[in-house]
Design a protein around this ligand. Structure first.
Ligand SMILES: [Zn+2]
Length: 201
């Protein structure tokens, strides 16, 4: 791409480093910003800088937070007897968006992946165990990790570590999608949905 301005070229180069944005989209964004008021561009830039410099991670659950503790941990309306263990903050957002869960979370910050050199000590696992040692409020742990080899390895590891606490340990059902036809489901999904079957009522 040939740019008529070095400044535009630089801006496009920076914006196109963002996930899912190619050079063309980046140019569209930069040209769009030029059409808006200077104040609007400043607000955008300030918001991005603030998120980088001022964001915290919740001391208790390690979710993204504005303060020492996140709004979920602080909320008296949440059910503190259930803790849902997830890989990262994006999963918290996804589960929150379902509107089906009212418990607390614990964000591991990754999953065990020997290939990438990520072991249990790189994750917030000790912090989860410590959290459980300091409260008798938690009755159930939901392991909500992705149904991959790494996710399964992590769940298995956690389940072993959680055993001494004699809590209820559950995992998200990985069944057939609603409206999905059994014969079109892949074997692994189908197998899991049979193994982790729930009572029909
Ligand atoms: Zn929190």
């Amino acid at each position: 791409m040939n740019f008529p301005s070095k400044l535009i070229e630089e801006a496009v180069s920076e914006v196109s480093k963002l996930p899912g944005i190619g050079k063309k989209s980046a140019l569209r964004i930069v040209l769009h910003l030029l059409k808006r008021t200077e104040k609007e561009t400043h607000s955008l830039a300030d918001a991005l800088v603030a998120v980088r410099t001022q964001i915290h991670y919740c001391k208790k659950c390690h979710n993204i937070s504005d303060g020492e503790l996140c709004s979920i941990c602080l909320s008296p309306k949440r059910d503190a007897s259930v803790v849902c263990v997830v890989q990262d903050s994006r999963d918290v957002l996804a589960i929150e968006n379902t509107g089906q869960y009212n418990g607390l979370y614990h964000v591991l910050g990754g999953i065990i992946s020997p290939l990438e050199g990520i072991g249990p000590s790189d994750l917030k696992i000790d912090s989860l165990l410590e959290r459980l040692q300091h409260t008798s409020e938690v009755k159930e742990i939901i392991l909500a990790l992705s149904p991959t080899m790494e996710g399964d390895t992590t769940s298995f590891y956690l389940q072993k570590k959680l055993k001494p606490f004699s809590l209820k340990i559950s995992t998200i059902a990985r069944g057939i999608p609603i409206g999905g036809d059994l014969e079109y489901a892949d074997e692994i999904t189908l197998g899991r949905s049979i193994v982790s079957r729930i009572n029909y009522d």
